[in-house]
Design a protein around this ligand. Structure first.
Ligand code: SF4
Length: 347
């Protein structure tokens, strides 16, 4: 088992011109799984995998879940090393909450187009245009942006977070325009300003396709998992009546798995990143789970390959560092998100 790539290491992802060829040359077979678990035990590491990871990564991890659940697990774990199989902002969030632990990501180039849609400088300039406004940032943001934020939110608690802010205060909501539009509609708030960011995977879950797939499968339920930016356009469309409301279920990861086990529908359309299908099919093998769009796959999530994870545990790479001042400024915004977010309640 050797990990190889032509890619040069980079501090964060998704920068123009950065080679995003994943580390390759390793098969995620039984020998690989045993080696990963052996190395993890040897290094006192807990391996966490986001739901949108490759199936073999999800299967070898000690815990699989959404970014917030994994950050909570990371903070509570007694392991001295956290291996975060996900994208860079998730590993950063784990480091913000667990500054004394060593946090590794198997490929630091695994970024997020949504997180990259606003920089700390851009946010500072926006704040200067709206002095006194409360800044609410979706969790898909860099540590530097979180440090400029008053309250972070997940898609499940975004509405509650905004409702908790006095009605006469302006709110700057970022970076996802679809989640922002959803929050604006739900709260009816006119002094909410929304940043025009989006996730590239949105393109895979567009409105016409969603409505068409729902019409072609009249008996199917529609599960929307709003945690990652890729499904927030579907969340918005469901609220607009673009698909029949009675068929739509907005569900957390845990809620989606429970609903999968309990559904009487024989088929379910899933509007989220395709990685989630792996867990759903395991939970309810008799239900026909289909992606609303098979192309709704996040290239950054899929950069965490068996080769990258092996390299990570063998070489201690890539380590995630967050400047202590930035981390301490970001921590209170992240903690407020965790306090307002209900465990298992939608994130
Ligand atoms: S699916 Fe979109 S929002 Fe989620 S990590 Fe990938 S680029 Fe970011």
């Amino acid at each position: 088992m050797t990990a190889s790539s032509t890619a040069a290491a980079h501090d964060t992802a998704a920068e123009p011109g950065v080679d995003l060829t994943p580390f390759g040359g390793v098969v995620g077979d039984q020998a690989w799984r045993e080696e990963i678990l052996r190395l993890a035990a040897e290094q006192d590491a807990v391996v966490l995998a986001h739901n949108y990871q490759l199936p073999e990564i999800q299967d070898v991890a000690h815990h699989t879940g959404d970014s917030l659940a994994l950050s909570r697990i990371a903070a509570e774990s007694t392991a001295s090393t956290i291996v975060f199989c996900g994208v860079h902002f998730m590993a950063e969030t784990a480091k913000i909450l667990s500054p004394d632990k060593r946090v590794l990501i198997p490929d630091e180039r695994a970024g997020c187009s949504l997180a990259d849609s606003i920089t700390a400088d851009q946010l500072r300039a926006w704040k200067a245009e709206h002095p006194g406004a409360v800044v609410v940032s979706y969790v898909n943001t860099t540590a530097a942006v979180k440090a400029e934020t008053d309250i972070c939110c997940t898609s499940s608690n975004a509405v509650d977070v905004v409702r908790s802010i006095p009605a006469d205060r302006e709110v700057l909501f970022l970076p996802d325009q679809f989640l922002g539009a959803h929050v604006q509609r739900e709260t009816g708030r006119e002094n909410l300003h929304v940043w025009a960011g989006e996730c590239h995977v949105h393109a895979g879950i567009n409105g016409a396709e969603l409505a068409e797939r729902a019409a072609a499968a009249p008996d199917a339920e529609l599960f929307i998992h709003p945690e990652c930016g890729c499904a927030t356009s579907a969340l918005y469309l469901a609220g607009e009546g673009g698909v029949p409301a009675e068929k739509v279920r907005i569900l957390s990861t845990g809620g989606m798995l429970d609903a999968a086990r309990g559904t009487s529908a024989s088929s379910v359309l899933v509007a989220t990143e395709v990685g989630m299908l792996h867990q759903l099919r395991q939970a309810a093998p008799n239900v026909d789970f289909r992606a609303v769009n098979d192309r709704a796959s996040c290239r950054y999530m899929k950069m965490i390959t068996p080769a990258a994870l092996l390299r990570c545990l063998r070489e201690g790479l890539d380590e995630v560092h967050v400047d202590p001042d930035t981390a301490s400024q970001a921590r209170s915004a992240v903690r407020r998100m965790i306090e307002i977010g209900r465990p298992g309640g939608g994130e």
